[in-house]
Each structure stands twice: as C-alpha cells, then as structure tokens.
Design a protein around this ligand. Structure first.
Ligand SMILES: Nc1nc2c(c(=O)[nH]1)N[C@H]1C(S)=C(S)[C@@H](COP(=O)(O)OP(=O)(O)OC[C@H]3O[C@@H](n4cnc5c(=O)[nH]c(N)nc54)[C@H](O)[C@@H]3O)O[C@H]1N2
Ligand SMILES: Nc1nc2c(c(=O)[nH]1)N[C@H]1C(S)=C(S)[C@@H](COP(=O)(O)OP(=O)(O)OC[C@H]3O[C@@H](n4cnc5c(=O)[nH]c(N)nc54)[C@H](O)[C@@H]3O)O[C@H]1N2
Ligand code: SF4
Ligand SMILES: [Mo]
Length: 819
C-alpha cells in the first residue's frame, strides 16, 4: 500500500487523458506541472498509455514515465469523479521536470470525497447564528455582509471598513483575484485602512529598491547558470525556492560559480552548496543577527576603495550630483549619487568586523568574490538574491538599499549573469487600481484594531492569528471585540434581518468588530468571524500569475469547486453587486453607482476587465498556447502566434519607478544605526534566546493544507524549535520535549529539535504553525514605513512536558543529508 494514501495501486494514465497546464501554486518559483484527468474505472495499459512507452520494461532512472502516490487523487470534474495526476513538466524551463516536497504533493492536497483528502475545505457560506456557524446561501450571506458594511461606510468616509487582502499570485491571489478585490476596495471604494496578508499595512516590502529605480524581480533564472558568484542574503533557497536552487543555482555552481551566503545560522542551503560546489567555493558569513547594513556598507566601502566599481555604468546609468531625495518620514534614508552614498555609508573593515562579528578576512574574501575583476581585467558577474532575512529584518529600507548599492556599483543590474533580486515568497499577480490614497507611511492597521479602530473587517486569504506580529495581543483584543458582536447576535436569535442589523450595529458602536472571512478552510481568525465565505483554489478556477523571473502563465481549471465555493474575484463581484443593491435601496444612488461594472460571468471576465485592459495583447487563449513556459513580463507584443516578452529588465541601462524622469538609478545613503525597530534592543537585553524564525522545506506557510495532511502532521505534530544540544542540556531538555517560549509580549509552544550547528543561545523556530504561532512572541516594532521585524525576537524557554507519543515518534536526525 502506498504510504498513507489509502490506495494500493496507482492507475496508468491512459492515452488521450485530458492535459491541463499547471503552475505550482505554492512558492514564487512557479514550477510547471501537467494535470492529467480521465474518467474513473478506466486506465492505460503497459503498452497503451499517455506517454507511448512500453511500461512492461524497466525504465531508466531519469524516466518521465512515472508518478508518485502523492501526485494522485480522485476529484470531481464537471460533476463526475475523475482520476487526477499532477506531475512535473520536463519541458518547463523553470523546473525541467523537478518537483519539490510541496509541489509534488499538489494532487494529494486536493479535496476529494473518494479518497477523503482535505475534507476541511469549506463548501458553503457560513453565518454566525444560534450560537454557532450555520450554512446558508450566497445571497443570504452576501446580503448580510453588504447591509452591515453599508452601515459603516459612506461616499466620503470609508475609514471604518478595514480590509486585509493578499497581494500575490499562486496560492490564493493571481491577476484575476487581485483585480477583483482591488477594483472593489480601490476603485468602487477608496479604502485607506487596509493591509496586506504578510505585513500590517498596505505598502511595499522593498521601498528602497523601488525608490532607487530598480524593480525587485529584474533578472532571468538562467542568469544563475552563467554567473561567477551567487550572493545570497537572508534567504534559504534550498528549502524556500527549491527548484530555483536545484535547477538554476546548482547548474551555476556546476559551471564554476562560487557562493557567498549571509545568514546568522548555518542553513541547509549552506550545506547543499558545499556539497555541490565544494566547501572551498562557498563562503558562509554567519553575521551577528540584524547587522546586515553594517556588512553591506563595509563591502561597499571596500569594493569602492579597491577601485572595483564599474565607472562606466555609474556614469551612464546612475544619478550624478549629491542628494536626489532627502530623508524624511517617507524616506528612511536619503538617496543620491555613488559618491554621496560612499561618503554616507563609509565603514572600515575594523568597524564592519566589530558590528557583524565576522573577521576582516571574511569580509575581504566576500568582496573579492563579489567584485574583484578577473585576472584579464574583465568584470566579475554576480547575482544577488535576498529575501525575508533582510525584508523582515533590521532596518529594512537601509538593509535592502545598502545591498543594492553593491549591485549598482559593480554594474550588476540589467546585465547577463547579474541582477539584484528578491528570491520571493508567493508568486506575483498584482493588478489593482492605484493605492496612492493609502499614503506613505501607510496606517499600521493591527495597532489601530488593537486600539479599538474599525467597525467591519473583511479578510481575504490570510490568517493573522497565525502569521501577524504581536499576535498574542492582537488575538486577545480581536476575540473580545468580535465576541461582543457574536453575543449581540445571539441575544437577538430569531429576530428579523433589520432587527439583527440593528443589534450588530449597536455592538459595533460599543466597540465590537464585525468580521467577514473569505478563505478555503475555517481558519483560526475565521473562528472570530461572523460570516465565512468559501473560496476556490488554483486548479478549481483558471488563474494567471507570474514567477520570480516575471514568467506569466495560465493555470487551467482541472476540477470542480468544493460545494458552492467561488473564485475570490467572483466573490468580490458578488459583494459589489450586493452593496450596489443595498445602497440603491437606501436611496444612496450616487454611491451605489460606484459599484457598477461587476457583471462578470467567469474569472476570465475579471481578467479581461483588469489585466487585459493594461496588457491588451494578453488573453487566456494566447497564454494557454504558450503552455508552461509562458512569457516573461512585461509582455511587448504578439507575433507569429506567440506572445513576446522581456528576458531581463534594464538591459538598456535605463531605470524606472522612482518618480524621476531621468531614468537614472539612485544609491542609498543609509549609514548603519544598530537596532532600528522599537523594543528590539530592550527585548534582546532581557531574554536569553534569539528566536530566529522562518520556513522549512515541507511546510507551506501557515499550514492551512498541511494541517489536514497526515504526511506533514506526522513529521511535525507541533512546530519545531532548533536548539543547540549544549543549551538543551543546560535547560534539561530532550529531543521532542514540548517547551514554552515566552517573553514580554506573549508566549507560544514548540517541540525541541536538537541542532548541533546552531550557535549557543540562537534558536530557529518554524513560523505560522496552527499549534504554536511564533508571531505570538514577536513584538510590535516596525520600521518607519511599517515593515515588521519578525526575525528579531528574544525569549526565554521552559519545559512544558516530555515528548507526547506523537512527538516521540519523530526522527530528530540532522537535516544535513547527502544530496
Ligand atoms: N514570525 C513570522 N511571521 C511571518 C513571517 C515570518 O517569516 N515570521 N513571514 C510573513 C510572510 S512572508 C507571509 S507571506 C505571511 C503569510 O501569512 P498569511 O498570508 O496569513 O499565511 P498564508 O498561509 O499564506 O495564508 C493563506 C490563507 O489563505 C487561505 N487560502 C489559500 N488559498 C486561498 C484562495 O485561493 N482564496 C482564499 N480566499 N483563501 C485562500 C488559506 O486557507 C490560509 O488561511 O506570514 C508573515 N508572517
Ligand atoms: N518550504 C517553504 N517555502 C516557502 C514558503 C513556505 O512556507 N515553505 N513560503 C514562501 C514565502 S511567502 C516566502 S516570503 C519565502 C521566504 O523565503 P526566505 O526568506 O528564503 O525564508 P525564511 O526562512 O523566511 O528566512 C530566510 C533566512 O533569513 C535568515 N535570517 C534571520 N535573521 C537574519 C538577519 O538578521 N540577517 C540575515 N542576513 N538573515 C537572517 C534566517 O536564518 C533564514 O535562514 O519563502 C517562500 N517559500
Ligand atoms: S519549488 Fe516552489 S513552485 Fe516549485 S514545486 Fe516546489 S513549491 Fe512548487
Ligand atoms: Mo511571504
């Protein structure tokens, strides 16, 4: 029997099975897969099958003619049960047939009535009634949402409506859904009190890069294969951007590239690079946590002082003069010329070593690998990839700006084998009306909710209970405020709609919060909701998104929605229509008119209303024809039956997006200033352990599908915290023990995982887990532009109990395995 799949034999995909383009909907990399579907009770044979191979013969080790049990399921298509296989596409340039421990389980994570997988999926709208959630129709649920929402908004003031919405592609999101929600909240309304799924305000993760003129996804994945040096900062691509690492970075190393990795801990990526490139070609810089600006400024100073900068590039493509943009409340550092930045960022090797805990020799070696011209005088190519270690790190604006300084100084943006890019999180799929009305800095929504702000909260595809900062306090207040409304509703059970609305509005005016949650499962924040609206996932609708090299694809719908669940864009449309009707009924005609224009029959209509209007060449049919290789954005035209795109940004040396017309990039003038976010230094001083946190290969995000998957829950019944064995001994801890991790802002729990390479007093905990949210102990500190610093948290650790039977059965082997 295939391991835990309740199936003892897998069917052979028959010749003629239906094929659908699929882009993996988990991470930014966006690997290409093919979904095969065919009717139940039929299958191929060893001699007649989908791939035309004689399967009675032993296949070669790299054969394409197989699939794993995790790639199989039975789902509904047009109301009938069908077999489903979702397997990696060998012809996709992104992954060349590779899967990952997440993507290769897409099929087993579909909802199935036959195999019983993901039965946690929501199938009908739910409304809080009679003291619990009761299923109801869309009309009933949306009418209630619209009537309550209409009570708190008006044409000139929508400030009591708070909105949390995804801004990404892939899992949730996509161009269709960001447009649907964006049109509702930013065109029909001008909602100011909104936030994004992963940060407590509505703004960019990479303000400084954009202000400097460099869009954060500027290269092509193939650049890794032709570069001399790969510089990875605050990112762990082996686990988090797996096939970017395996299919592109590994090829680069095999072609001779060296790797520099800046991360306070030794990651699986460091180990994997050492295995591929040889330890002598890998330089791990185990910096003191949070000291990135110091490292970058020291590298920049040293490289400039050595005369390794690219003078021609600087002269032709960057701002000449002194300060172009002065520092103020919207700009946490001044921006200007190369020379101005050199002066502002100046840091000696001795100063850099002291701040980062590295040796001067390590910094010099990194500088040489990144920038020292080759013996023949030619430029060294370097790709720089960064992600949450600095985005959610100390002094976001300056950390990213100072890193980009190095890329710009060495002419490594817009060139083959170069790029300074986010490695990315989800895929991208942003297409919305302007958010300029939100302002900069944007309002800190979580703190406003905690302070009693907001009357109605619409939540789209995120769960702050598991993933926000300062989560202990957030949950306390959120539960209290949403309970006030529940109690008011319970007290009026049996009342008419009008009476019920009055009761809700009364509770809201007394400080309560009315909560609407749009999700695919009944999430943790969903427990506080009064209306729950069921959405579909990628594969249950047609969905477009782009990956970390701006590769745009269409994932084709291959199965039915669970129950009456709908695409997010269609839910947004339904809500807009309900609001229009209610406002018209109330005689607010002018306001009602703003909610016209949602007569979409399908997600394709939403795509045509949004993305296609800005990109008229791009249609579903054309994308379908481009298959899993798609086209790299920006799309430039359509010729010979194909969409044409842009291989790499800024190849002409002209930069964008910093509100200037000259096309010149700017340097960042941000000196090192120690801990920047409020409360970090104090928390560090009064707690023993750093609780560094982030991701691990197997788990996806807040475990929303993982929690319904035996394979994952058997591995980690409780979120792990990796601790040095000597620290464990001192605290009297054994592998698998349950500990409480507690500090001045909250507490959470975890299972102890010994990690010999962990530095003393420096732990790493997986974030976002349903049964131990790391965010409970992250303080409310953010930077000037409300970027949270999740990574820098200190706490104490105490034992709660011995390993539970489930935890005791887990392997505690080192993760440093031979590739
Ligand atoms: N401590 C700490 N906290 C962090 C981070 C960290 O590193 N450390 N990282 C931050 C980052 S980068 C991120 S991205 C966030 C993630 O934080 P969240 O966005 O809260 O987490 P996700 O797991 O992406 O949330 C997905 C939610 O959407 C639902 N969902 C999935 N697909 C769909 C769909 O198609 N439609 C709808 N309507 N719902 C859907 C899921 O059931 C789930 O409840 O966490 C942030 N928080
Ligand atoms: N397996 C898996 N893959 C994922 C996800 C997932 O949930 N699971 N989520 C996706 C999403 S939404 C995102 S945003 C990305 C995140 O992708 P990454 O950013 O690559 O992953 P993280 O684990 O959040 O953090 C990266 C590293 O930052 C390091 N770090 C911590 N503090 C510092 C510091 O002060 N300086 C430096 N230089 N480094 C520091 C941590 O040790 C960690 O190794 O992953 C995406 N891919
Ligand atoms: S690397 Fe990312 S996109 Fe590719 S299969 Fe894995 S989770 Fe999916
Ligand atoms: Mo993310």
């Amino acid at each position: 029997m295939a391991y835990k799949r309740n199936i003892d034999r897998l069917p052979i995909i028959p010749a003629g099975a239906k094929e659908h383009n699929v882009t993996c909907h988990y991470c930014i990399v966006g690997c290409g897969y093919t979904a095969y579907t065919w009717p139940l009770k039929t299958q191929g044979t060893t001699d007649r099958n989908w791939i035309g191979e004689d399967l009675s013969k032993q296949q070669a080790t790299d054969t394409e003619a197989w699939y794993a049990p995790s790639m199989y399921n039975v789902v509904k298509q047009d109301g009938k049960d069908v077999h489903l296989v979702i397997k990696p596409d060998v012809n996709c340039d992104v992954n060349s047939g590779l899967g990952s421990i997440r993507g290769a389980r897409m099929a087993e994570n579909r909802r199935s009535d036959v195999t019983g997988t993901q039965r946690q999926r929501l199938t009908e709208p739910l409304v809080w009634r009679y003291g619990t959630w009761q299923p109801t129709s869309w009309d009933d649920a949306l009418d209630l949402v619209a009537r309550v929402t209409a009570k708190v908004i008006d044409k000139d003031n929508e400030n009591d409506l708070y909105v949390s919405m995804f801004d990404h592609g892939g899992s949730a999101g996509g161009y269709e859904n960001t447009w649907g929600t964006g049109k509702l909240y930013f065109e029909s309304m001008k909602v100011k009190h909104c936030r994004i799924h992963n940060r407590p305000a509505y703004m960019s993760e990479v303000h400084s890069s954009r202000d400097m003129g460099v869009d954060e996804l500027n290269y092509n994945y193939a650049d890794y294969e032709v570069t001399d040096t790969i510089f990875l900062v605050g990112t762990n691509p082996m686990e988090c951007q797996t096939n970017l690492f395996l299919n592109h970075m590994v090829k680069g190393m095999q072609n001779g590239a060296r790797v520099v990795i800046s991360d306070p801990r030794r990651t699986v990526t460091v180990d994997s690079c050492e295995q591929v490139a040889g330890a002598e070609n890998v330089l791990h810089l185990p910096i003191t946590t949070g000291s990135d600006v110091a490292l970058h400024n020291t590298l920049f100073t040293y490289i400039a002082d050595q005369g390794w900068a690219d003078a021609d590039f600087i002269a032709a493509s960057t701002f000449q003069g002194d300060v172009a943009v002065a520092a103020d409340s919207a700009y946490p550092a001044a921006l200007g010329s190369y020379e101005a930045a050199r002066a502002a960022c100046k840091m000696s090797l001795a100063e850099g070593a002291a701040a980062t805990g590295l040796t001067e020799a390590q910094i010099i070696q990194a500088a040489e690998w990144i920038a020292k011209p080759k013996d023949d005088g030619s430029r060294r190519k370097c790709v720089t990839g960064y992600e949450k270690g600095i985005i959610w790190g100390n002094d976001n604006y300056r950390a990213i700006g100072s890193l980009l300084n190095i890329g710009l100084a060495t002419g490594n943006v817009g060139r083959e084998g170069g790029g300074v890019c986010r490695l990315g999180g989800h895929q991208e799929g942003y297409y919305r009306p302007s958010d300029a009305h939100v302002g900069r800095p944007a309002p800190y929504i979580d703190q406003m909710i905690i302070a009693g702000g907001g009357k109605v909260h619409h939540i789209w595809a995120n769960d702050h209970f598991k993933t926000t900062l300062n989560a202990s306090e957030f949950k306390r207040v959120y539960n209290r405020r949403s309970n006030m409304v529940k109690e008011a509703m319970d007290a009026r059970a049996g009342a008419t709609r009008e009476e019920m609305i009055d009761a809700i509005v009364g509770a809201i005016n007394a400080g309560g919060l009315f909560v609407v949650d749009v999700d695919i499962i009944h999430s943790q924040i969903g427990q506080a909701a009064h209306v729950i609206l069921p959405a579909v996932e990628s594969g249950e609708m047609n969905l477009t998104s782009m990956n970390g090299e701006r590769r745009l694809r269409l994932t084709e719908k291959y199965m039915d929605a669970p129950g009456s669940a709908k695409p997010d864009c269609m839910i947004a449309a339904g809500l807009a229509q309900a609001l229009e009707r209610v406002l018209r009924e109330e005689g607010r005609t002018e306001y009602a008119d703003q909610f016209k224009g949602y007569d979409w029959a399908t997600e394709e209509d939403a795509f045509m209303d949004g993305y296609n209007k800005g990109n008229p060449e791009v249609t579903y049919d054309r994308l379908r024809a481009m298959g899993n290789n798609g086209v790299l954005e920006p799309v430039t035209g359509f010729a010979d039956g194909k969409l044409t795109g842009t291989n790499r940004l800024y190849e002409d040396g002209v930069f964008t997006r910093h509100g200037r017309e000259d096309g010149k990039a700017l340097f960042c003038m941000g000196e090192w200033r120690g801990w920047q976010a409020a409360g970090k230094a104090q928390q560090q001083a009064s707690h023993r352990f750093l609780i560094n946190n982030g991701r691990a290969n197997m788990n996806w995000q807040n475990w929303f599908l993982d929690q319904g998957n035996e394979f994952v829950m058997d591995r980690f019944p409780v979120p792990f915290i990796q601790i040095n064995p000597d620290d464990m001994a001192e605290l009297g801890l054994k592998a698998g023990d349950m500990v409480e991790v507690h500090n001045d802002v909250g507490a959470t729990q975890a299972l102890v995982y010994p990690e010999p390479s962990a530095r003393p007093n420096e732990t790493f905990m997986i974030f976002g887990a349903p049964n131990g949210a790391q965010g409970n102990i992250v303080n409310a500190g953010v930077n000037e532009l409300i970027l949270p610093n999740y990574k820098h948290t200190w706490a104490n650790i105490r034992k709660i109990s011995d390993a539970t039977p489930a935890s005791a059965a887990v392997s505690y082997k080192s993760w440093e395995v031979e590739l």
